[in-house]
Design a binder for this molecule. Structure first.
Ligand code: NAD
Length: 423
């Protein structure tokens, strides 16, 4: 799929990683050349330079992006990332992944993504608020419930969404809560949204276990990243009987072959802000747990943690990608040879956008659902998407990732043909 001689720098470029899978899947689908060209590149890329008055009186200028990859199936949908490492290529890749992800779970959105080059930990709350409001104001004509609906991602949270919603509403001169999802429940957020990505991870792992004839109690899980996706995946899996034997974070990992008590770990992290020195497990160096023996590995931190350099050492049976883009295209080939059952990101972490869809629907209805209704509908969507992908893989004799791309590209291409954009 990808030449084995490419440099690590090329291998870890997220746009190249996305494009390699897209090209391969489009080729397998025998996709019409015109549709190929339409879908290979984003529809719109916006770059903004945002002046912010800092608390000490200085003015700083931050660079932000919003990339809208496709509107074929509905409004753009995708998170906003605050990180010092954000690049336009990364946001482009993430926007395309959102198009494919929404199509895999068959919800009526296109794909978009945003980001600002900033380390949110280095800004005060007031500085972050001013940055967020100015970014939203700059984008106000490009976002909206029928245009493009942002959500939280790395470095942003419910508070960020509340500021975005308020700023957009000020410009529209009315409250428009459906402009963003992942909001606090008190201002139009959805029950179950915070845990939704982790819940989706657990649902697809449950489905994979059936294929392996394993029970939850027999299944050892290692989770990388203990933020929104990682901690919720670990907590829900622990609550449902899985044995979470490892948790890896930036400042160190934790391992206990008998299982870590995730209730205690959550409480510890809440109290200390870190997992370091937690007594219920052995300390391990950061990143080392990726190659530890386990049944399910859930990378839920960031991109490119599984590359051609470490893929051969991965020992899990099931790789469930909570993060976006944790595995490079070159690593895919190695994992396929090793017969690792990969649940690809555009399926595995789609629980978040699915409940974001429910939030958008509830905001537009002005009627809010019970958490049990949300979780039940999430489960139906995730299990049928899992079945669709696995069936596609078997029918077309491709791995699960390529199957997910093929399924998604096929659905988006069909809409474009029906709408007649391609005429
Ligand atoms: P987050 O900021 O809440 O958590 C990320 C965690 O990973 C942090 O605790 C961070 O310290 C840790 N981390 C970062 N790099 C690491 C590394 N190299 N090794 C170990 N730990 C590391 O972010 P999140 O919202 O949980 O998102 C995580 C990933 O999941 C991202 O790829 C994001 O795009 C993806 N995702 C998130 C959602 C969502 O609903 N939040 C939905 C779909 C996909």
């Amino acid at each position: 799929m990808t030449p084995k001689t490419i440099s690590l720098e090329q291998e870890v470029n997220p746009w190249e990683a996305q494009a390699a899978r897209f090209d391969f899947a489009a080729h397998k689908l025998n996709l019409d050349e015109g549709l190929w060209k339409i879908l290979r590149y984003p529809t719109r890329e916006i770059i903004v330079h945002i002046p912010v008055a800092m608390d000490d009186g200085r003015v700083e200028v931050f660079t932000g992006f919003r990339v809208q990859h496709s509107f074929a199936r509905g409004p753009g949908k995708g998170g906003v990332r605050y990180s010092p490492d954000v690049t336009l290529d990364e946001v482009r890749a993430l926007a395309s992944w959102m198009t494919w992800k929404c199509a895999v779970v068959n919800i009526p959105f296109g794909g978009a993504k945003g980001g600002i080059i900033v380390d949110p930990k280095k800004l005060s709350k007031h500085e972050l608020e001013r940055l967020t409001r100015r970014y939203t104001a700059e984008l106000s004509e490009f976002i909206g419930p029928e245009k493009d609906v942002p959500a939280p991602d790395m470095g942003t949270n419910e508070q960020t969404m509340a500021w975005m919603m308020d700023t957009y509403s000020m410009h529209m001169r009315q409250t428009v809560n459906a402009v963003v999802t992942g909001k606090p429940i008190s201002i139009g957020g959805s029950r179950g949204r915070r845990e939704a990505t982790g819940r989706g991870v657990m649902i697809v792992c449950d489905e994979a276990l059936k294929k392996f004839g394993l029970t939850r109690e027999q299944t050892r899980v290692i989770v990388q990243g203990f933020g929104n996706v990682g901690s919720n995946s670990a907590q829900l899996m622990y609550d449902h009987g899985y044995k979470v034997v490892g948790v890896d974070e930036l400042d160190g990992g934790l391992y206990n072959p008998n299982g870590i008590n995730i209730d205690e770990l959550m409480e510890y992290k809440q109290r200390n802000g870190s997992l370091v020195n937690f007594h219920g497990a052995e300390a391990r160096p950061p990143q080392s747990l990726l190659t530890e023996d386990c049944d399910i590995l859930v990378p839920a931190a960031t991109e490119n943690v599984i590359t051609s350099r470490n893929a051969a050492d991965i020992k899990c049976k099931i790789l469930c990608e909570g993060a976006n883009g944790p595995t490079t295209a070159a690593a895919d080939e190695i994992l396929t040879d090793k017969k690792v059952f990969v649940i690809p990101d555009i399926l595995a972490n789609a629980g978040g956008v699915t409940v974001s869809y429910f939030e958008w629907v509830q905001d537009r209805q002005g009627y809010f659902w019970k958490e049990s209704a949300i979780n039940e509908q999430l489960e139906q969507i995730m299990t049928s998407a899992f079945e669709d992908v696995v069936r596609y893989a078997e029918t077309h004799q491709v791995n699960n990732r390529i199957a997910a791309y093929m399924l998604a590209i096929d659905r988006v291409a069909e809409t474009i043909k029906q709408r007649g954009i391609y005429a």
